[in-house]
Design a binder for this molecule. Structure first.
Ligand SMILES: *Cc1c(COP(=O)(O)O)cnc(C)c1O
Length: 383
């Protein structure tokens, strides 16, 4: 570095500035807290410019932003986000579920868009402080949580398609109740082949805003036809459902089961719930017995292609036991039917809800999230 010049500052949690709102909003009752309807009082906020680098991160009142119309994020969708939830444990402290994984994924998404980078551990430190500030917004009840939405957007204002050397980063929060129909009502999916969510060599594996806007239209079509979500296909291959990863449970001749999900080939968002499901299934029964499952049941997790043709065959041969989708919002939710080529594949829906494998995974993951079951440091306490 030439003398007199300074490196742009890193994102540094030790420089945190906290400015509290003058008047706190009333927290709505937990049973009224609709998904994303009420943002909490405060947000994390920081900005990057090419000379100064990252500003001192702030926790400040949630409020509007002022941006130039020519900002990179508006023109070229240089915008990435994360979705995670905070839960209250038995000790009354907020907890996050494998948050370092969200931070790493967030950094990867920002990097894919050539946005300014940041130290993910430092961001996590600031987010933990935000959770302490917003503690009264985190519902205590099991099934309820505080949704956290980190975002980074490019704010360089020029017409050129160039790397945005300016950015804003923020984290906003909204309390959420029991996700509608969680674990109970099986979802219906409409297999969509004409609109493609992600393709080989594309950006489907990144949580970047540009991947999501174009899915709203096909989703509306699915809703109008009476389905809850789209099942995104690539040719005959099943990729994801809505914004969730998908799993299939198959019965083997010896009564053990296969647990299949599409491999991370670039078209699949590497979900943290997906990874957790695969890891927990692999740990049964050698390291832990999943709730309600026999210790003699062997589960063979596998990441591989799943085609619509195979789903039809497995259904006809009666070896298809369960289909479920997973993600931070729903954790694990059963799929009851799939609309395909004008007809419906009616899937086995044990007692109208999750089958034994899905139920065991839902139970174990939520037990870990709410700090009721300790597992490999997955639940991170913010005290
Ligand atoms: C966020 C997301 C998921 C789920 O990821 P989790 O980390 O489990 O919440 C799955 N698919 C898509 C397309 C997503 O955006």
């Amino acid at each position: 570095m030439a003398s007199g010049q300074r490196d742009p500052a890193e994102f540094d949690a030790s420089r945190l500035i906290v400015t509290l709102v003058k008047e706190l909003q009333p927290v709505p009752p937990a049973d009224e807290a609709n998904f994303g309807q009420n943002m909490t009082d405060h947000m994390v906020f920081a900005s990057y410019d090419p000379v100064e680098g990252w500003s001192a991160p702030e926790i400040k009142p949630y409020g509007p932003l002022t941006l130039y119309p020519a900002s990179s994020c508006f023109q070229y969708a240089t915008s990435a986000f994360e979705g995670m939830k905070a839960y209250i444990g038995p000790d009354g402290d907020p907890r996050l579920f494998r948050p370092a994984k969200n931070m790493t994924r967030f950094l990867r998404s920002a990097s894919r868009l050539s946005l300014p980078l940041f130290d993910p551990d430092e961001l996590l430190k600031v987010m933990k402080t935000l959770l302490k500030v917003e503690r009264r917004w985190i519902p205590d009840q099991r099934g309820h949580s505080l949704y956290m939405r980190p975002m980074i957007v490019g704010t360089r204002h020029t017409i050129g398609i160039v790397a945005s050397d300016r950015a804003l980063l923020w984290v906003m929060c909204a309390p959420i109740g029991q996700y509608p129909s969680i674990g109970a009502r099986p979802l219906s999916l409409l297999a969509v082949g004409d609109a493609v969510r992600a393709w080989p060599g594309g950006t489907g594996e990144y949580k970047i805003s540009g991947n999501y806007g174009p899915t709203i239209g096909p989703m509306q079509v699915a809703h109008r036809q009476g389905y809850d979500q789209c099942l995104w296909l690539l040719g005959d291959k099943v990729t994801e459902a809505g914004v969730m990863n998908i799993f299939v449970v198959l019965k083997r001749d010896d009564d053990s089961v296969d647990l299949l999900t599409p491999a991370l080939d670039g078209t699949i968002l590497p979900g943290i719930t997906r990874e957790s499901v695969l890891e927990l299934a692999a740990a049964h029964p050698s390291r832990t017995t999943l709730p309600g499952l026999s210790a003699s049941l062997h589960i063979y997790p596998d990441e591989r292609d799943i085609t619509m043709g195979e789903l039809q065959t497995w259904l006809a041969e009666e070896c298809l036991l369960e289909v479920f989708v997973v993600g931070t919002a729903v954790v694990v939710q059963p799929v009851g039917r799939i609309g395909y080529k004008g007809g419906d594949l009616t899937l086995p829906a044990p007692e109208g809800g999750l089958g034994p494998v899905g139920k065991a995974l839902h139970q174990r993951i939520t037990d870990i999230q709410y700090g009721v079951f300790e597992w490999d440091g997955w639940s991170v306490r913010c005290s």
